[in-house]
Design a protein around this ligand. Structure first.
Ligand SMILES: Cc1cc2nc3c(=O)[nH]c(=O)nc-3n(C[C@H](O)[C@H](O)[C@H](O)COP(=O)(O)OP(=O)(O)OC[C@H]3O[C@@H](n4cnc5c(N)ncnc54)[C@H](O)[C@@H]3O)c2cc1C
Length: 225
């Protein structure tokens, strides 16, 4: 496969939750991706050029900029810790575009934490094409403060959006882990198209529920983040 490398300048860095930033960059000429895809990113700064990490595009392919929505792990002392100190005019190196997640059919999206990122681009794209239809989202987080783009997702999906919080009880959200009955309450059935993305422990739980519900693996699109 042909390797491609593009250096892009950062246009803006915004904090969108206590540990998530949104980075907008220039978009190289003729650069394309499909909503749900990611690219390996490194920082064009001494000592960081070779440290590549995967991040998902959260902008729409038609936009003139690229956007990434990135959870910062300061204690890893790795790339995300560096990214939070990035400023306008700083440079990122984008490598190949790849990804297992793409929209196939109306269904149920199940995300944990930063696992929402491929679904942000897909849901924004469906909304901009007036095709959001009856797609549904179950979004698992620890606390309300961890929910990425809650307002926008609620606007896009209305009642088809459920938040599940593991570490905080709230009047507005379901408490606990994603359980089988939550999936069933969203109308999940054997023939539903499922999209699952999140950290490995959350994925394991959700996939177990889907198997127990008898869902055919062929109807599950998934990626670990
Ligand atoms: C296809 C794909 C798409 C992704 N898209 C996104 C996205 O859009 N947004 C997003 O936020 N994330 C996304 N991720 C996850 C993201 O790639 C990781 O969060 C990121 O690589 C972390 O990089 P890092 O250098 O900060 O830390 P790491 O590479 O995880 O860690 C750096 C070093 O820190 C140490 N370390 C590791 N774990 C710990 C720990 N728990 N405590 C202390 N030290 C530790 C290790 O020595 C490690 O080498 C995606 C992942 C995949 C696979």
């Amino acid at each position: 496969m042909k390797m491609s490398v593009n250096i892009v300048k950062v246009k803006s860095v915004k904090k969108i939750t206590h540990d998530v930033i949104s980075i907008q960059t220039e978009k190289p000429h003729l650069y394309t991706f499909t909503p749900g895809q990611a690219t390996e990113v490194s920082i064009n700064k001494d000592g960081w050029e070779e440290k590549k990490r995967p991040f998902t595009f959260t902008s729409l392919p038609i936009e003139k900029y690229l956007e990434f929505t990135i959870k910062i792990y300061p204690d890893h002392l790795g790339v995300t810790n560096q990214l939070q100190h990035l400023e306008q005019g700083g440079e990122l190196i984008l490598h190949d575009v790849f990804g297992a997640i793409a929209y196939r059919d109306e269904g149920i999206f199940i995300a944990g934490g930063a696992g929402i990122t491929p679904f942000i681009s897909i849901l924004r794209s469906l909304a901009s094409n007036k095709q959001i239809a009856n797609n549904k989202l179950i979004f698992a987080n620890k606390t309300e403060g961890d929910i990425i783009l809650e307002k926008e997702l609620a606007q896009l999906l209305g009642d088809n959006f459920i938040n599940v919080l593991s570490d905080e009880q709230s009047d507005r959200h379901t408490y606990g882990l994603i359980a089988r009955d939550i999936i069933e309450s969203m109308g999940g059935s054997l023939t539903t198209q499922f999209y699952v993305c999140g950290p490995p422990p959350m994925m394991e739980v959700v996939l177990k529920h889907l198997v127990n519900l008898g869902v055919d693996e062929g109807t599950i699109i998934q990626e670990k983040i």
